[in-house]
Design a protein around this ligand. Structure first.
Ligand SMILES: Cc1ncc(COP(=O)(O)O)c(C=O)c1O
Length: 412
């Protein structure tokens, strides 16, 4: 019996409905399982950049690798400051630490939950080099003032679109707004290949630099070519020098690239299903004064990675966050997720566990509480409702359950 028989074999035939298996078999049957020689990565990059509307794409093994490579590509280095929102996952901070740079947190808008441009301006110092605006839950932040601030202070803007595929901001496609944009293909994202990510940009120099940073610094890598294609006589010569950039291995395997292509083929459908689910749930919440969905301002579209809702039930009906969640689950609803803690309250940052990686940079850096009061107030109230139902009927059924719970608590 093979080792594979020990692995959990639970199947979910509704999760992957496209060409995933067909493409994986093609990779298996080829001799090229790595991006160094195969062509699936390049096909993914071309298709993804075309879909979003940029000149270049560089596929990598995660949406954190892409953020790190992007930061270094735009010139962020030791001691530089990078501004990211106080309400997001920790990876915007860890990618910053990975560049030996210093995360600086800007507060959020209480209605949209995305970064507040006014607080960005307040947090700028002589050391600020870049801003990572995050499209939280699929909603783009207010880019116009962010771009204005960036221009004024000569800062790079790296869109973190890990949770945001095909959302638009005032008619512009997200991913085409900043200097670079980063996406994740981790399991929960709109499209997934297990683990993976992609960076996009219009700037040839940034694409080439990021690719080298993610590709061992091979000097032959190009903005639109991740394979090291060389004359064998040159490449096999002992005097040949290969590396002109300090780089890591952030390459995506050909298997992952093939799956990502199959998912990309269905991106419109997968986004639409999440949006429709969010709309069904928001309809149920529309007359409820204690479930307040993330506000999508006029002129924006939201791709609803998840439906973020402020829960005011304790205040309005005397029911705690935990009890409301339990009541929904007990009635057949799905688990409601809380929002990740504000990054600088996580032990790794609050307890300054980052100092040892570069004491010269970090010895005086610390993050006291109350740096971003709006984010700290909203984070414990947030509920994230699942939107990735593959079947609209099931989404409706869950929303009906939520409706019954709301009615039950309202009629007490
Ligand atoms: C907003 C955001 N940024 C970055 C990441 C990091 O992506 P990955 O898990 O692919 O490293 C994620 C996903 O987990 C995310 O949600």
């Amino acid at each position: 019996m093979g080792i594979g028989s020990m692995v959990d074999q639970t199947e979910n035939p509704t999760k992957y409905l496209g060409n995933e298996l067909k493409y994986i078999k093609k990779v298996l049957n080829s001799e090229n399982w790595s991006a160094t020689t195969g062509s699936w990565n390049q096909a993914l990059e071309q298709a993804f950049s075309k879909k979003i509307g940029t000149n270049y794409a560089v596929a990598m093994n995660s949406g954190t690798s892409t953020l790190h490579a992007a930061l270094e590509a735009v010139g962020v280095g030791p001691g530089d400051e990078v501004i990211s929102p106080a309400l997001t996952v920790i990876m915007d901070s860890t990618a910053t630490f990975h560049a030996n740079a210093v995360p600086v947190y800007a507060d959020i808008n209480p209605d949209t939950f995305t970064i507040d441009p006014k607080d960005i301006e307040r947090k700028i110092t002589q050391k600020t080099k870049a801003i990572i605006p995050v499209s939280l839950y699929g909603l783009p932040p207010d880019y116009d003032p962010i771009l204005k601030i960036a221009k004024k202070h000569n800062l790079a803007v790296i869109e973190d679109n890990a949770q945001c595929f095909l959302s638009t901001y005032k008619g512009r496609m997200t991913g085409t707004i900043g200097h670079m944009a980063s996406y994740s293909f981790e399991n929960t994202k709109h499209i997934s290949c297990g683990e993976g990510g992609i960076l996009i940009t219009d700037d040839e120099r940034l694409a080439e630099t990021a690719r080298k940073i993610g590709g061992h610094g091979f000097k032959n890598l190009k903005a639109s070519e991740g394979r090291v294609r060389l004359n064998q006589d040159v490449f096999q010569n002992p005097h040949y020098k290969r590396h002109d950039t300090l780089g890591w291995n952030y390459r995506l395997s050909e298997f992952n690239a093939a799956i990502a292509i199959a998912q990309l083929e269905r991106l419109d459908t997968l986004v639409r299903m999440r949006v429709e689910t969010a709309e069904i749930f928001m309809d149920v919440m529309k007359d409820c004064d204690y479930l307040i969905p993330q506000k999508t301002p006029k002129g924006y579209t939201n791709s609803y990675y998840t439906l973020g809702v402020i829960y005011k039930g304790l205040e309005n009906i005397g029911v705690s966050w935990e009890d409301f969640r339990k009541a929904y689950i007990n009635a057949g609803g799905d688990g409601i997720y809380g929002a990740w803690a504000v990054p600088y309250t996580e032990p790794v940052i609050a307890q300054r566990k980052f100092i040892s990686r570069c004491p010269a940079v970090y010895k005086d850096i610390g993050y006291p509480p109350h740096l971003c009061p709006v984010a700290e107030k909203i984070q414990p109230l947030l509920m994230q409702f699942k939107t990735n139902y593959r079947d609209k009927g099931l989404a409706k059924k869950k929303a009906e359950i939520l409706c019954r719970i709301i009615d039950k608590f309202s009629s007490r």
